[in-house]
Design a protein around this ligand. Structure first.
Ligand SMILES: O=C(O)c1ccccc1N[C@@H]1O[C@H](COP(=O)(O)O)[C@@H](O)[C@H]1O
Length: 222
């Protein structure tokens, strides 16, 4: 069970995330207006700190220009990219050709996965991992804090052949509700933003450790 925590912006975040048990750290670049969007030079320095702490930095972006994403990743020394948004399979194919590990977000809105017709094309393009996330009621993407219906997640899990991460308003105490999902053979872990933070909006080490513990226990228990 991998734990991805999204939206680190400070060097102090990195030690806290490692201490809380994160495996993957989402660093945003190309997320206009995003509260954790980073300039390219800052992306590189934080990615270096994430790797030095034994975790994997993930470039999270809305960009759809594969050349721009490849350049950003190369300059920052990042090997994993999360295509959050409506990028086409060709973008994923180009990133794979550049040697990157590609996570493609599948967006669920009103109980329906918007990318269902494209799943085969994403897989043929070489997507390594899917990430299932909710679309906000206003159409917003990312950090919606909105939970998915486990039955819908299981439908999407059956439609893909690659492993998947689960996102969307996850908390430590939602592990029980998603027991059937975390027991799925293609379940690879969870991705959390809102539920990893305290009331001050900063990462909370204890919440992250609890997420790690509750979800690991459920995944093991099946
Ligand atoms: O976290 C964000 O704000 C964000 C912004 C733009 C793209 C992706 C973003 N993060 C993704 O949001 C979900 C988890 O959010 P939450 O736990 O529901 O608040 C996850 O997919 C992150 O990768």
């Amino acid at each position: 069970m991998r734990l991805k925590i999204c939206g680190a912006t400070r060097t102090a975040d990195i030690a806290l995330l490692a201490d809380g048990g994160a495996d993957l750290v989402g660093l945003w670049c190309g997320v206009p207006g995003g509260h954790a969007d980073l300039p390219a030079d800052r992306l590189g320095s934080l990615a270096g700190a994430v790797s030095a702490s034994g975790m994997t930095p993930v470039l999270v972006t809305f960009l759809s220009s594969s050349a721009a994403v490849v350049d950003l990743a190369a300059a920052a020394g990042v090997e994993w990219v999360q295509l959050h948004g409506y990028q086409q399979p060709g973008t994923a194919r180009a990133l794979k050709a550049a040697g990157l590990t590609v996570v493609k977000v599948l967006h669920v809105r009103d109980g329906r996965c918007l990318e269902t017709p494209l799943i085969g094309a994403y897989e043929r393009a070489g997507v390594d991992l899917f990430l299932l996330d909710a679309v906000g009621t206003d159409g917003a993407l990312g950090s919606t804090g909105q939970s998915l219906d486990p039955a819908v997640v299981l439908e999407v899990a059956e439609a893909v052949t690659r492993p998947f991460l689960l996102a969307g308003g996850l908390r430590a105490d939602s592990a029980g509700e998603f027991r059937a999902v975390s027991g799925h053979p293609r379940f690879a872990g969870i991705d959390v933003d809102s539920g990893s933070r305290g009331t001050d909006g900063r990462f909370d080490r204890d919440r992250i450790a609890l997420l790690r513990r509750e979800w690991t226990d459920r995944a093991v228990a099946g």
